[in-house]
Write a protein that binds this ligand. Structure first.
Ligand SMILES: N[C@H](CCC[C@H](N)C(=O)O)C(=O)O
Length: 287
């Protein structure tokens, strides 16, 4: 007997997930990890970068749990948070335009911006970037922070800057984003590299203006995606740390799927992310 699971498919700049509302409905799902793998399959499932659950929270208005395409659970998801905020407001899970969402890496503040009564853009206060090597986590090396640190791959040396937004990101600066070695370094570092015991989201950055970068990503657990919200925040932090962008500026991050607007505040050290969230479809998944 299959289990009927109502779902909503949503995307943030093309980074799409299957969303299941477990606040409004109780569904006994044997394994969230298995469901993520099944639902993400483009041929036998719905097709997505993974699964996001909206669940009750006793620390915030609601909680977001995110599972990658391979079934691994992530600790944060920027594009997911914007879509969860849109869903929660439009489905009456919250009754205010500003509210709090719990994630496995902490509680964030969300604010929805309306256009014609619908949620158009969403701003998330993503909190403080973590730069301490041990909390990325990254093994090896003796400097507290990982900034432009050489890492070897196939007799070549690349300089990595590591930032956690509650989930681990390794950033590489390139001259031309279209020539970034994403299909080489991505799989090499993302899921099983000994220096990164919790894996790594691998991002590439090309500076295009004093307030704008191009950014592409190979995600831990999902591979190439159209966009990565936590990655875009990490990319701005890495760009500020290496003198390419400035704090307190609204920086535009151009991703394959669209643009995010990201500001790293010097007073609170928090990173604010603003961008779109889109509902694609609703349906019933038979597990
Ligand atoms: N693959 C990530 C989770 C999804 C992050 C991304 N889709 C975003 O929008 O931040 C991880 O395992 O840390």
């Amino acid at each position: 007997m299959s289990i009927e699971i109502p779902f909503t498919k949503m995307h943030g700049l093309g980074n799409c997930y299957v969303y299941i509302d477990l606040v409004s409905q109780l569904i006994d799902i044997p394994s969230y990890s298995d469901l993520a793998v099944k639902a993400a399959d483009a041929h036998t499932g719905i097709g997505s970068d993974g699964l996001i659950l909206i669940v009750p929270s006793n620390r915030a208005d609601i909680m977001m749990r995110i599972f990658n395409k391979d079934g691994s659970e992530g600790k944060n998801c920027g594009n997911g948070l914007r879509c969860v905020a849109k869903y929660a407001y439009e489905h009456g899970l919250v009754n205010r335009k500003s509210f709090k969402i719990e994630t496995l890496s902490g509680v964030v503040d969300a604010e929805v911006h309306l256009k014609d009564g619908q949620v158009d853009l969403v701003t998330i206060d993503m909190g403080k970037p973590v730069l301490d090597r041990k909390r990325i986590p990254m093994k090896g090396g003796d400097q507290e922070k990982v900034i432009d640190e050489p890492i070897s791959f196939n007799d070549q040396t690349f300089n990595i800057t590591a930032v956690s937004m509650g989930n681990p990101h390794g950033l590489f600066f390139v001259e031309k984003i279209d020539e970034a070695p994403i299909h080489e370094l991505g799989p090499f570092l993302a899921d099983h590299h000994p220096a990164f015991p919790e894996g790594l989201n691998v991002g590439f950055i090309e500076k295009i203006a004093n307030d704008a970068i191009e950014y592409r990503v190979w995600e831990r657990g999902s591979g190439m995606t159209q966009a990565c919200g936590t990655g875009a925040c990490a990319a701005v932090a890495a760009s500020v740390l290496t003198g390419r962008l400035s704090m307190d500026e609204t920086n535009t991050v151009h991703l394959a799927g669209g643009d995010l607007y990201i500001k790293w505040l010097s007073d609170s050290q928090h990173v604010l992310m603003t961008g779109g969230a889109t509902t694609i479809c609703k349906g019933i998944f038979y597990l």
